[in-house]
Write a protein that binds this ligand. Structure first.
Ligand code: AHR
Length: 496
């Protein structure tokens, strides 16, 4: 059996892990909001129409924040359409997804929904058709104490207390020609600066996210990021990254090495951040917000034919997709020095591992790695040494068979190691070696399979879940694991 070693030392740290790395994204697109988060027709909804089964599944996954209301939808959205008495809210032609928007669900419903989930709201302001004034007005509506027009309007709508929304995205994918009101980098950077300035004047405690490139294949990447940052640096706290991974050419070996592309993307943007900070002679830091990430290449329908809540982009997630998600989470930990926010796109139905019907919910493969990492990666990310056989890939050359991240919480002594075995054929006998003394092993969870295309169905919803497996003995600071091919393993430890 091929062998590997993973060397850990709790003092060899990368950075504290930001809890916001385990956040989500909800957009008025297809059936994410309507029939996903909110479905008054469902027996599983509460009196407000919130889908309680979805809320419980999300609580179990532990989301720190949820970004809302878009996405491309954002760039044509007038937030005033979504507040006030429901009967008076306008129905609109929604241009981004060619759908009909009823506006039954809006900002206040979202805030209430977040409180129910136990997650922080992350709102976005429209930089497409929206003005900098409307952006500032929304901050006032959400965050100001009563006594001025928009805060009083909020109170009139039934919410006298401020919502205190801390995280604000200044637009969405404004580099994309598909974006409603698309701008070039200079025009966007200048507008974003003015919007963020006004928003922070209304509430100086907020943190703002500047639109970065929509992906690393954009012809304007990474110049867009540099230019927009040069305009807005002092008034923004994060630069957004978006990326959707796929296996359109059915090259599973390369797809299972996707972390190589994810890391390269972060490394390049980290370089841009350092460059602009130096250029500006600034004391201010800007971090990365990977506020759209997911596997997306199968469910391609994205135009709704003017229907309400059309079925769009409802991906089926298989084993290989889950292993790519697990690597993404590993990258978040390994890059935690610069990555502070990450939002999976999206939380339900649209490109999501949770699918709903009126009477039930299906959890897909990749739901489980997120749940394990989100609930157990605490404290510091560790710089792990990995010695493992190489796998030859068409896209990325030779890559390690093991993709690994680890965490250690100095306050509780709890630790975790997350391992993807990318090999499609080999079990790897892997020694975990704790160089600063072995902890006790608490639990080991694993997802594995023999068919990379295996997926859960409504009829067989548990084909792919994470299972608890035997905990091996620890001796001389070492424990040995037989890691099956195409597997994700989460090893949870406590102080010895
Ligand atoms: O998440 C779906 C869409 O993907 C978002 O609306 C947009 O920002 C991205 O292109």
């Amino acid at each position: 059996m091929p062998t590997a070693q993973i060397l850990l030392d709790s003092s060899r740290t990368i950075a504290p892990i930001s809890p916001l790395l385990f956040s989500g994204f909800a957009e008025h697109m297809g059936r994410c909001v309507y029939e996903g988060m909110y479905d008054p027709a469902s027996p599983l909804a509460d009196e407000r129409g919130f889908r309680m089964d979805v809320i419980q599944a999300m609580r179990d996954q532990g989301y720190a924040a949820v970004r809302y209301p878009g996405g491309n939808f954002l760039s044509g959205y007038n937030w005033l359409d979504g507040v006030g008495p429901k009967a008076e809210r306008p129905r609109r032609r929604e241009l981004a997804w060619q759908s009909t928007e009823t506006n039954e669900f809006g900002t206040n419903e979202f805030i209430e929904w977040c409180r129910e989930v136990g997650t922080a709201p992350m709102l976005a302001v429209n930089m497409g058709t929206g003005t900098i004034q409307a952006a500032a007005d929304l901050v006032e509506y959400c965050n100001s104490p009563t006594g001025t027009y928009y805060a009083d309007l909020r109170a009139k709508h039934g919410y006298p207390e401020p919502h205190n929304v801390k995280y604000w995205c200044v637009g969405n994918e404004m580099d994309g020609p598909w974006q409603i009101g698309h701008l070039d980098a200079h025009a966007y950077g200048a507008k974003a600066l003015e919007a963020a300035k006004m928003m922070k004047w209304i509430d100086p405690t907020i943190e703002t996210v500047l639109c970065g490139s929509s992906n690393d294949m954009m012809p304007t990447y990474p110049e867009w990021d540099r230019i927009a940052l040069e305009h807005a640096w002092e008034k923004v706290d994060y630069l957004s990254i978006h990326y959707y991974a796929g296996n359109r050419d059915n090259d599973t070996t390369s797809f299972l090495a996707s972390a190589v592309a994810f890391e390269k993307y972060v490394d390049t943007l980290e370089g841009v951040l350092r460059y602009v900070k130096a250029l500006k002679r600034s004391e201010h830091d800007v971090y990365l917000s990977w506020d759209e990430w997911q596997v997306w290449y199968k469910g391609d329908a994205v135009e709704g034919d003017w229907a309400e809540r059309p079925h769009l982009a409802e991906e089926i997630y298989n084993l290989e997709d889950a292993l790519v998600v697990a690597q993404w989470l590993n990258v978040f930990l390994r890059k935690s020095n610069v990555l502070k926010i990450a939002c999976v796109a999206q939380i339900v139905n649209i490109i999501s591992w949770i699918h709903t019907r009126t009477d039930g919910m299906l959890l897909q493969s990749s739901y489980y790695p997120f749940k394990l990492v989100s609930n157990n990666a605490r404290g510091n990310a560790l710089d792990v040494l990995v010695n493992a056989p190489k796998i030859a890939t068409k896209r990325y050359g030779d890559v390690s068979a093991l993709d690994v991240s680890a965490s250690h919480d100095p306050e509780t002594g709890a630790g975790a190691v997350f391992i993807v075995n990318r090999s499609q054929t080999d079990t790897l006998e892997t020694d975990l070696i704790w160089q600063d003394g072995a902890p006790a092993l608490r639990e080991v969870w694993q997802m594995a399979g023999t068919d990379p295309k295996e997926f859960n169905t409504w009829e067989e919803p548990n084909r792919l879940t994470a299972q608890q497996v035997d905990v091996p003995a620890v001796a001389d600071g070492k424990a040995t694991f037989a890691l099956p091919p195409m597997s994700f393993t989460a090893i949870l430890t406590v102080a010895a």
